[in-house]
Design a protein around this ligand. Structure first.
Ligand code: D5M
Ligand code: FE
Ligand code: ZN
Length: 537
């Protein structure tokens, strides 16, 4: 019971007396807590106080009785083949955390293959190979009017406020426009969006926070701890400020609370056998600096062409290959790019990409999202790569083309996939972050619960009615690329992976002092969530 209660409190929740009584009457209270926390995490928005029902729902008998999925995902709609994708309706707010099963036809499975899998694994292969799409196929078109931006930022404020309010330490927080100035040195606690940030010579930082009806000035000065928090604050992110009113128009900050992810001890994903997800990105096929030999060696390994039994074991059990953008180098991405292209035609680049990927066994399901070099619109969120250009990929039965960002559950592990363009914008503003260790900045994005918090830098954002760049639900694995430097971190039970590149240093990168770390591939064991790094250079 002690462990169970500790787990609840460490995760930022409180527990009702009925819930406590119920847990105390159970044989394995810590297991129940673990299961309940896991299912709450997959459900996205979380309550402040855990009730008896939260634990009851996680009891194994209940699960068996009604056959419901632990995360409450409703299989409302079944996707057909890729051809159906452009006709999908714009998802409404209620669909944010819904999951859809992707039928076997979409991921290309045939009966014989199934039979072999069943024989090898001794269990039902359909269950093992489950791919559930949470989001990533939306195609929302917007006009980009001023009112669209207003509504977009209002939704961002609302979504991140609601994540903040699920934290026990934010309970009772007001909003910016509810802050009362009347009394001198009156304690205040409120949630708002950072509107601006100014640093003065003496180290004082003044931040303006806003909500839809008001604006307050907050001053950060004093000890190192509060200065560090001020330094970490990003414009356009949403936080909770604790402080005191000083006079009629300003507040002295005492603490900042970010939305963050709740701490959850990781229990292994439902995959019980060692199934691997191979994560990569930034292949840049078509570029003169594409490391063809290394990439071919990598594909050879996935096909099982290696003498090393340990490496072969990883390849044979690889279920998924995830490509987080910049599959090709594209055309017209930067001035004079043609001088650095080996293949000048965009369709030819995708043809070559499909030829490469077609050499892999069909049992490996390939998930591809767009990067800024791919054939797609330049704004985030980005729908899947245009089928007009990448038709050879769309014809592959084992390829799933998704947008940026995407939430997809592979064999029980929820992946957040994004190319990572937001990293270019946040790294220069984040203390202790740099382009040599992009995984550190990715951890900061998890704390902000947003993949592109700063508006108006390099990454254009489409003002859709719902802010799909909010990190919700909390993923098991956060996978990005773009920076061309491979790196892995673990943060509060989330495996954070930047999957590097297959491109050597470009002229631009040389002039900007960017040193890529190419040809290294992170491989994740979905049963243990351990990541390996394989070097193909
Ligand atoms: O981006 C690879 C990395 O190089 C990423 O960190 C951005 C940086 N990069 C590349 N080209 C530019 C330009 N023109 N301006 C600023 N930063 C750049 P990739 O998406 O592969 O080009
Ligand atoms: Fe790239
Ligand atoms: Zn990129």
């Amino acid at each position: 019971m002690k462990t169970a209660v500790k787990m609840v409190l460490n995760s930022g929740f409180q527990m009702s007396p009925e819930a406590f009584e119920y847990l105390a009457s159970q044989r394995d209270p810590d297991r129940l807590v673990e299961a309940a926390l896991k299912s709450l995490r997959s459900a996205g928005s979380v309550p402040l106080v855990l009730e008896r029902s939260h634990f009851e729902a996680s009891a194994p008998e209940t699960e068996k009785k009604d056959g419901s999925q632990p995360c409450g995902c409703v299989p409302e709609e079944v996707f057909g083949m890729h051809a159906l994708v452009p006709d999908l309706p714009t998802p409404g707010p209620a669909q944010r955390t819904l999951a859809y099963p992707v039928p076997a036809s979409l991921v290309g499975k045939n009966e014989n293959e199934n039979k072999n899998e069943v024989e090898r694994n001794g269990k039902d292969a359909v269950e093992v190979e489950e791919i559930r799409l949470i989001s990533g196929l939306e195609r929302v078109t917007i006009k980009g009017k001023a009112s669209d931006f207003r509504d977009y930022f209002r939704d961002r404020l609302e979504a991140l406020s609601s994540i903040l309010r699920s934290r026990a330490d934010v309970s009772g927080a007001a909003t910016v426009s509810q802050v009362q100035y009347g009394i001198k040195w009156h304690k205040v606690k409120f949630i708002g969006m950072v509107n601006s940030k100014k640093e003065f010579r003496d180290g004082t930082v003044v931040v303006e926070l806003e909500d839809k009806d008001g604006l307050v000035k907050v001053t950060f000065r004093g000890d190192d701890a509060i200065r560090r928090k001020a330094a970490r604050l990003l414009v356009d992110e949403v936080v909770c400020i604790l402080g005191a009113t000083r006079n009629g128009n300003s507040i002295i900050a005492e603490d900042v609370i970010w939305p963050d992810v709740p701490y959850l001890s990781r229990s292994p994903a439902p995959a019980t056998d060692h199934h691997y997800a191979v994560l990569t990105s930034d292949v840049h096929i078509g570029s003169k600096t594409f490391l063809k030999d290394d990439f071919e060696r990598f594909l050879g390994w996935l096909r099982g062409e290696t003498d090393d039994p340990r490496l072969n074991e990883l390849a044979v059990n690889t279920k998924y290959l995830v490509i987080a953008g910049d599959l090709v180098d594209g055309v017209g991405i930067y001035p004079n790019q043609e001088e650095e292209l080996e293949v000048a035609d965009l369709c030819d680049q995708y043809k070559i990409a499909a030829e490469y990927l077609s050499t892999l066994p069909e049992r490996i399901r390939i998930v591809i999202i767009p990067g800024n070099h791919d054939a797609c619109r330049p704004t985030l969120p980005t729908p899947p790569i245009y089928s007009d250009y990448a038709s050879p990929l769309y014809s592959m039965r084992n390829v799933l083309m998704l947008g940026d960002p995407s939430f997809v559950n592979l064999s029980g592990a929820t992946f957040l996939l994004t190319h990572g363009r937001g990293l270019d914008d946040v790294i220069p503003f984040l203390p202790d972050c740099n382009f040599r260790e992009p995984q550190k900045a990715m951890v900061e994005l998890l704390k902000s619960r947003h993949i592109a918090p700063i508006y108006g830098e390099k990454t254009p954002i489409a003002p859709e009615p719902k802010d799909r760049l909010v990190i919700d639900p909390v993923p098991d694995i956060f996978h990005a690329g773009h920076v061309h430097v491979e790196g892995i971190a673990e943060y509060r039970g989330v495996l954070v992976v930047n999957s590097g590149t297959w491109q050597s240093q470009t002229k631009y990168q040389l002039s900007a002092g960017i040193v890529p770390k190419p040809s290294i591939v992170p491989v994740v064991d979905l049963a243990t969530m351990k990541a390996y790094e394989l070097n193909f250079s």
